[in-house]
Structure formats: structure tokens, C-alpha cells
Write a protein that binds this ligand. Sequence first.
Ligand code: SF4
Length: 409
Amino acid sequence: MAKLNTTPTTTLFPILNAPRPTGLARLAAQSTHADDGHLIEFRSLPSRSILNKSVSRRKLSLAYSINPFRGCEFGCTYCYARYTHEFLQPAPITTPPVGTHNIPQQPWALAFEHEIYLKENAAWLLEQELRRINPADEIAIGTATDPYQPVERRVGITRSILEVFAKQQGYRIGLITKSSLITRDIDLLQQIAARNTLVLHLTITTTDSALARQLEPRAPRPDLRFAAVRKLRAAGLTAGVLCSPLLPGINDSLPQLEAIATRAAAAGASFLGAHPLFLKSCSRPTWLSFVREHVPHLLDDYNRRFAAADFVDPAYRNRMASTIRRLCRKHHLGERSTDALLTRDAYTPHPPNPSHPPRPSGTLDPSKTPSTSNTPGAPGLASETWDRKKPATRIPTTEPIQTNLFAAS
Ligand code: SF4
């Protein structure tokens, strides 16, 4: 007699056998609807920690990052922070080999700009966690999300974080954003800068509003960002411009970079930095579909450039670094020697160039601005004053913190 097969081939309640999400995926599953925006859902995310520890590749330095949100409304086409939504994926993601270009668009990479998680209790967590870290370790705010994306206006998570820092002293804090909303918090930023080292970065990749609209569809216009730099500087804060990423053939020509440097100098920016595109596998489909649609003649060039690595080749990197260095000297702007958002290399003044045109009236002369930092040994604004008798001094930099790790926003 044939034996009965008692092993069920189908399950009556398949959900019971589904693997249970763990870690962040579990917290995300517990998140609750918080608000809606245009094509965006906001969810409130239970959080266990707000300080994220990052160690340099050679373990020579350590820094912390703070991201008040997961995901970002600005939806920049080149954004590599999309990987932070991988936790929405039910199964672990297999990273495609370097040089793989035809990767389908992953739903979680798109969810990065349409499903935004608001971290609960961020200020309370920060107060607890700051007690456990060494103030000498730097802290970067906004490495994988923009801390001043539009929802911040309503929820104030970034502001609550700044309120915590305003009660501290001796910390070294870098912050990056594309949003003029940062000027809302000038009062708190001044309080922080008075007792800590604070360096603010406005990312401005082009002066061309139409191009910016294509590259960074929901971010404020470049002129609003330059205006924010001007306001921050007028408030005595250290604030500069990051023209990152440099996108070969799109925003990296000399006239385009000259325009950025000119506007940065006119806004009184403390420094100018720029670093080439970092094309992680998670950002490749979004970026390459942008190239295919808007600048198809560059597609082969991008495929070739990033065929063997996520980074551009050293020749391009060095050429761009030297161009930016020359522009900084010409326009009297401080240089950034790394693409980290941190504080140690934020001041590298150059001797005044006699042929440099005077600053437009109403713009700041850094040499007349008093220092706002009283952190011992910390480079305050006064350190931007150029002493003609002394050679330019470079504040020692630490090992670059995982290249590009701090330049998402
Ligand atoms: S690059 Fe920055 S601002 Fe743009 S989407 Fe990514 S996190 Fe947001």
C-alpha cells in the first residue's frame, strides 16, 4: 500500500512561517504613520541609539555621526546614502560586483526619498550617549540624510539635537545641509559655537538653478543656499561651501567651478571644498538612469570611469583637487583637505592675493570677525585672520574618515 505523505506542501497560515524581522527591520515594522507629504510618507521610528560610531579604514581615527532621519526628501540623483534603506529589504542584499552597471532599480533605493523615518527621542538619546564618548572625537550631523529637509520645519528633531549641544562644551561638531532652513537655528548654533568647535557646510554643486533642479529635485535653489552661507557668516559662524560631488562632464568645468568659488567668496564663505562622485552600487541605477535620460552622450564615459571601482581614477581626483586649490587661493577661501565633514581641517587661510578683487560691499571680511570659539586650541574664526608675516599654517588633519562617508547631504 502506498504510504501517505503527511508533510504539508502548502501552509494554511504562511505568515506564521515567515521569518521574523530583526534589528532595524523590526523597529521599522513597529514604526507608526506620522504624517504625509507630496508622494512621501513619514513614519515615526523607535530608536535605540542616535550616535553612530565610524572608524577610519586604518583604525587611526574615530568619529561619530548623527542622522535625525532615515531617508531624505531632497532625492538627489547621485545620493549614495540610499543604502540606509536596505533594511526595508526582507532578505539580505547581495552587493553586486564593482563595475556591474545594469542593476535594476531597487524599490528600497527609491523608498529612500518617499518613506522617511523620524527618529524618536533623539535628544534624550543624545544626552545619554554623549556622556559615554570622548569630546575629542568629532561628531558629524547629516552624513546620510539632510538634517534640514522640509519635514524638520514641522518636527524639529534637528533643533532638539542642537538644544542638547547648546548645553555642552568642548565638542567638535560638523554639520552639512543643502537647506536654507539651517538659518532658523542661528540662535542655537551661536550658543554651540561659543563653547564648542562648530563647522557648518552648505552643499552647493552648481550655480545653475535649472541644473540643480535636475540633480537635486527637491532641494532649495543654489541662490538660497548661498544666502544661507552669508547669513551664517554674518552671525559669526564658521560656514563654507562644499561643491560635492563633482560630476564629470556635468558640473566640473573650470567656468562652473569658478562661478561657485566667486559666489562662495561673495557670501563670505570660510572655505570651499569639492570631491568627485562616489558611485556606490546602491546609487548606480538612479544615477545612470539620470545620465541616460538627461546627458546620454556621457553614458559610455560614466560606464568606463566606474568600470572597475566606485571611485573616479586618481588622475581625475588629483586634477580636480589642484583646480579647487587654485580657486581657493584666488578667491581667498579656506581649503578642505579631506571630504570628511569634520572640524580639524576647516581653516587653511591663504595669503591675500593682491590681484584679487575686493569683496563686494556688505560681505564679510573674516579678519574682522571675532572668534566665537573658546575651546582651547580650537580654531575659531579669528584663526582665519591672515598674518602677512607668518607662513600659512595647516591644522594637522587626521586620517581621512572613510572617504565620502561624511558627504552625503
Ligand atoms: S545627497 Fe544629501 S540631500 Fe541629497 S538626497 Fe542624499 S542625503 Fe539628501
